[in-house]
Design a protein around this ligand. Structure first.
Ligand SMILES: Nc1nc2c(ncn2[C@@H]2O[C@H](COP(=O)(O)OP(=O)(O)OP(=O)(O)O)[C@@H](O)[C@H]2O)c(=O)[nH]1
Ligand SMILES: [Mg+2]
Length: 274
């Protein structure tokens, strides 16, 4: 697996910031080959407070066992920098994230980062995203493909680029948000923002979790900042995107919008809107 982008120089944070309790929540389904280099790159970052929580849906390729081996490998004097949440069946990316984020908060994370296991998201950007959150007080920092400076894998053809852009414009237009990358899956959350989300009540089982959670955060009055990232194509393993997931991504923005229209008008400032 190629992780060239991880060798890019990462931002050096002040020592106190580098000790921030940050949990990377990484859902996996059949990522046995991708997971070890991802874990290695993440744990090599100059972030002492970083932990990795793998959320595995009983992958047939043994990713859960690979994750357990990593947990053992990265144990430092009784402190586990990698842990695993084993789930019994494949229930979708959204359900895996809701469970993993809930666990991360229960274990005391001040920040939670969502990240794919397939090498698409740039590890070297993690300190910068945490630094932006700490410096600006933003509740959510979105690793964005579609702000100036954001780039896509050169191997993405026109069809895929168009599909991705259309999915963003579609969701953003229906929901009335100005986020450039509302569908993206590389996002840093403060624990306070996650509590606002009420993860137990998120509807999305699949990838539309990304849209629903950002929309909920905006409605709750959270500050969301986008920083540019390079998005790389996976080089190992297979995509888990399927028709059911795509149909859910079309339905969820419409459902959220309809719910808002039925609900009382939202306040225009402050937290507590939904
Ligand atoms: N636990 C769990 N993880 C999942 C599930 N579906 C996808 N994932 C993980 O979510 C991340 C994103 O999935 P991908 O298949 O890479 O989806 P994608 O990035 O939209 O598609 P590609 O561009 O083809 O890679 C990966 O780490 C997957 O292993 C699921 O049902 N359960
Ligand atoms: Mg992927």
């Amino acid at each position: 697996m190629s992780l060239q982008h991880t060798s890019a120089v990462s931002t050096q944070l002040p020592a106190e910031w580098s000790r921030t309790a940050l949990t990377v929540v990484m859902p996996t389904y059949n990522e046995a080959a991708s997971l070890p280099p991802m874990a290695e790159a993440l744990l090599a970052l100059p972030l002492e407070g970083l932990r990795l929580l793998v959320v595995d849906d009983n992958s047939p390729d043994g990713t859960g066992q690979v994750a357990e081996q990593l947990a053992e490998k990265y144990e430092e004097s009784g402190r586990h920098r990698v842990s695993v949440l084993h789930r019994t069946a494949k229930e979708g990316l959204g359900r895996a994230y809701a469970a993993g984020m809930t666990r991360a908060m229960a274990e005391g994370a001040a920040y939670v980062l969502q990240m794919d296991a397939d090498g698409s998201h740039p590890v070297a950007k993690v300190p910068e995203m945490l630094g932006v959150a700490l410096a600006t007080g933003a509740d959510v920092v979105v690793g964005s493909r579609y702000v100036p400076g954001g780039t896509l894998s050169a191997s993405w053809g026109l069809h895929r680029r168009l599909l991705s852009r259309c999915a963003n414009v579609y969701a953003g237009t229906i929901l009335g948000t100005r986020l450039r990358d509302i569908t993206g899956g590389f996002n840093l959350w403060s624990a306070a923002a996650l509590r606002e989300l009420d993860l137990d009540t998120v509807d999305s089982a699949g990838y539309s979790f990304q849209v629903e959670t950002k929309y909920r955060a905006l409605r709750a009055g959270c500050t969301v900042v986008e920083v540019p990232i390079h998005f790389e194509d996976r080089t190992v393993g297979e995509s888990k995107m399927n028709l059911a997931v795509q149909l859910e991504s079309i339905a969820v923005p419409l459902r959220l919008r309809a719910r808002r229209l039925r609900a009382k008008p939202a306040r225009t400032t402050g937290r507590g809107r939904r």
